[in-house]
Ligand binder design. Structure first.
Ligand SMILES: *Cc1c(COP(=O)(O)O)cnc(C)c1O
Length: 380
């Protein structure tokens, strides 16, 4: 396990492991150093301002999924702010001009609609998101494949000639999700092969996120080589904007056992919830690792782990433990930084977990604690 948390911490709590984050950032630093590419944090996946000073040392900025994240990037991260959304209102674009240096549009029509407005702010760069028709997302099937049939993401090839290419600086192709290097390299080569004429018209190509650069088995050198080949062929700058790949395995959700219920099987009821605190467990779906536990049947004591909401499906999974679980025991879910607290909700009035940081010297710091007012405040 190797994880040392101080005794008596309040649960539930998301805990960022700074030492692990630093290791992840080193991979990003190496990719940047060897290729000269820029790497942005996708704040959609992970937005913890307490971690931004460390991330800012390595990364070139942030990429946002809309106005509020763009503002967060501007105010809390600094450096470059990029933004993409499938559509914008005029008011959003007007405000985004104050936050973002790069605005990516989903279609030639969106660019045409907002071109005069964007041009009113000198220096703001325009990007176009294309649908590269490259399906290699490894997670969740079509739910997480930006190039799935009828996807609303990116201009399809047949519309690309309608775009005002003289106004466009960046071609954007986000098509991956938790991809190995095969996905990353495949996408880069695919865009170079299939969209060469358009790549030659822009200054930079943004290959989106989904590059799982810190997952065991990902061949970072393979990615580096592919970026270099692409740059040599086209002379275009390369941008990557991973979210999950920067924080994978860099934090936990710590929960406590509130009760052991029995219904043919032993069911441990936790103060953390799949529905409220790990929605991807139900959406993807997937079963997060629990430190010290294994799949059912491996160890002697099997438990279903469930939340304390009144939603029947609020079940995280079934695990086996070497010792029986008792009321008050801690259960630590691993790999729970990306797409976790950013998706929290207060369904059932479930309290939001603490946001905490485990520093490299072993010290534990709660950066935000929530209460009744966070629940009440969203109800009007
Ligand atoms: C979600 C998203 C990302 C980040 O994806 P990860 O899978 O977290 O790396 C980057 N760019 C765009 C456009 C996205 O929608």
């Amino acid at each position: 396990m190797g994880l040392k948390l101080p005794d008596g911490i309040r649960t539930p709590a998301y805990v960022l492991d700074v030492a692990r984050l630093r290791v992840n950032l080193a991979a990003a630093a190496r990719i940047k150093a060897e290729t000269g590419c820029r790497i942005l944090l996708a704040t959609k996946a992970f937005a913890m301002p307490a971690a931004f000073p460390l991330m800012r040392e390595v990364l070139d900025g942030t990429t946002a999924s809309g106005e509020f994240e763009a503002r967060l990037g501007r105010e809390d991260f600094g450096k470059e702010v990029h933004v993409y959304a499938p559509a914008y209102t005029e008011e959003e674009v007007r405000r985004l001009l104050g936050f973002a240096g790069h605005i990516y549009f989903n279609s030639p029509a969106q660019i045409r609609r907002y071109l005069p407005l964007v041009r009113s702010k000198p220096g703001v760069k325009i990007g176009i998101r294309i649908n590269p028709g490259f399906s290699m997302a490894t997670l969740g099937g079509s739910l997480y494949d930006p190039c799935a049939p009828f996807s609303r993401f990116g201009a399809t090839r047949d519309t690309l000639d309608e775009a005002p290419w003289d106004e466009i600086e960046v071609l954007h192709a986000h098509a991956l999700c938790e991809a190995t290097h095969e996905g990353s390299v495949g996408l880069i080569e695919h865009v170079g092969r299939e969209f060469a004429g358009y790549v030659r018209r822009v200054k930079a190509v943004n290959f989106g996120g989904g590059h799982f650069i810190n997952k065991a088995g990902y061949d970072v050198d393979g990615l580096i080589a592919a970026i270099k080949r692409f740059q040599a062929a086209f002379g275009a700058a390369v941008i990557l904007e991973p979210g999950a790949g920067l924080v994978v395995d860099a934090g936990y959700l710590v929960a406590s056992v509130l009760d052991i219920h029995r219904n043919d099987k032993d069911i441990a009821i936790l103060d953390a919830s799949a529905s409220c605190h790990m929605p991807d467990v139900l959406e993807v779906p997937y079963t997060p690792p629990v430190l010290g536990a294994a799949a059912p049947g491996v160890h002697a004591h099997n438990y279903i782990l469930g939340g304390k909401t009144c939603m029947t499906g609020d079940v995280i999974g079934e695990y086996s433990f070497p010792q029986p679980l008792r009321v008050g025991d801690q259960v630590v879910f691993g790999d729970l930084m990306q797409y976790s607290f950013v998706k929290n909700n207060t369904f059932n009035g479930a309290p939001l977990p603490d946001l905490a940081v485990l520093d490299e010297d072993g010290s534990y710091r709660v950066v935000r604690r929530f209460g009744y007012e966070d629940f009440r405040g969203r109800l009007g």
